[in-house]
Design a protein around this ligand. Structure first.
Ligand code: G6P
Length: 428
């Protein structure tokens, strides 16, 4: 019998892990996992989350082994797939990313704008170390990256390492499920003509069983928007002629979102802290052997479906289409070849091959190009510890209104995250 697969999860102590375990159990017949190795730097979280993972696997008849470790090398050695879902600085650092920009009148969000910028600077060096370790310990493995900001981190990895990396996010699958629910059909029968960058994407076509149903979907989007069930102004949708994904709210409805954030007593990070504390309390119960409903209150729904389906497609060399973050290589004509984009790609045993998308619609072209330029500069700043590049990145970001705001943000973010940004504090 062929050897089963070893899957390593870096950041395995995440509260999301039970969802991943559920996904691997559900697809075990097509994806013969032998070992699920959960690695985390926090031994206590690992013990609690890993305990639940082991009970879930046991309750399902024990098709694979769950191994817990705090040693990255142990997790990577011999791995076939590595899933990265880390949060450098934890939720406390996220709270700063969400709060500091607000002091400058700028939206505070963990992946979009200056918050995402700070997160990228903290995260990229750690992820590059992971890739370097993979080059030694499991050079043939695929790295499936969920670590946010997923597109920027994936671009850094693809530019700096020889590892095969695919960036993944739950937004495309979430949008597919939403559209399928509007049409009252199965998500597996729906195909999206989807393009953009991670957390900056649009749908411009929908096929159901091969038939063009975009006009119906668009009418639904408008109707839902009128009823307040889709978070965009109907007039915006009519003007745009495209269906934007959720994160476009930070741009198209900037003033409203900023006002909401200023009014809110607490940041999303603080809400997440409360949900996670409750989840960990539940996970610690030795009688619990499945994923609690409460996990649905976190934003990452469908992430396990996306990951496990993608890994199965690679392992079984199926050539299915998945929406992933890959090197552009000409898929979007108005972006550089090296740029990482979020587009439909044919996935087989060799990896993800983006499908041609053509030119960007002019009503969004400038925004995508500006955000991509910001991302490129952010990668350079994070890798080289280059302050000038960091400032240029903030200056290039469409949500940063002026140079003085960019300067103020840079000083504040750099100081607040000092212990996670050693590349900017090297002795001269
Ligand atoms: C969405 C995004 C993820 C993000 C999550 C945040 O799913 O696609 O990238 O991590 O929301 O959810 P949270 O519960 O942490 O606010």
């Amino acid at each position: 019998m062929a050897k089963g697969l070893k899957i390593a999860v870096i950041g395995g102590g995440s509260v999301y892990t039970p969802e991943l375990v559920e996904g691997f159990l559900a697809r075990w017949a097509e994806l013969p996992v032998e070992e699920l190795c959960l690695m985390d730097v926090d031994p206590e979280r690992l013990r609690i989350v890993g305990g639940l993972a082991a009970r879930m696997v046991r309750a399902a008849g024990g098709p694979f082994r769950v191994v817990l470790t705090t040693a990255q090398e142990e997790a990577l050695l011999g791995a076939d797939f590595v899933i990265a879902q880390i949060r450098v600085g934890g939720v406390a650092a996220r709270a700063l990313d969400e709060r500091i920009p607000l002091e400058f009148g700028v939206i505070g969000q963990e992946t979009t704008g200056p918050g995402g910028f700070a997160k990228a600077l903290r995260t990229i060096p750690v992820m590059l170390k992971l890739a370097q370790a993979m080059e030694k310990l499991c050079p043939k493995a695929f790295l499936i990256n969920f670590t946010n900001p997923s597109g920027v981190v994936t671009e850094a990895l693809l530019r700096q390492s020889s590892i095969r990396v695919i960036g993944l996010c739950n937004v495309p699958l979430g949008l597919k499920h939403l559209i399928a629910s509007w049409l009252q059909v199965a998500p597996t029968e729906v195909e999206l003509d989807y393009f953009g960058l991670n957390h900056l994407s649009w749908v411009r076509g929908v096929r159901w069983r091969g038939e063009d149903v975009f006009p119906r979907v668009f009418a639904q989007a408008l109707e839902r928007a009128r009823r307040g069930e889709f978070p965009f102004a109907p007039a915006l949708l009519e003007t745009l002629g495209l269906i934007p994904s959720y994160y476009l709210r930070y741009y198209y409805h900037h003033d409203e979102v900023l006002a909401e954030q200023k009014r809110a007593g607490r940041t999303r990070a603080e809400e997440v802290q409360a949900i996670d504390a409750e989840l960990l309390r539940m996970y610690a119960d030795p009688a619990l052997d499945r994923k609690p409903e409460l996990l649905g209150k976190r934003g990452g729904a469908h992430y396990s479906t996306a990951a496990v389906a993608l890994i199965s497609t690679i392992h079984n060399d199926r050539g299915e289409v998945h929406i992933v973050n890959v090197r552009n290589e000409g898929a979007i004509l108005d972006l550089p070849a090296q740029a990482v984009v979020e587009v439909p790609a044919v996935v087989d045993g060799e990896g993800a091959h983006p499908l041609p998308c053509g030119p960007l619609p002019p009503q969004v072209r400038g925004l995508v190009q500006a955000v991509k330029a910001y991302e490129e500069l952010t990668v350079e700043a994070a890798v080289g510890g280059d302050e000038r590049r960091a400032l240029q990145a903030l200056l290039a970001h469409p949500l940063v209104p002026s140079f003085s705001v960019a300067q103020g943000l840079w000083r504040a973010l750099k100081e607040a995250h000092r212990s996670y940004l050693p590349q900017f504090f090297r002795a001269p």
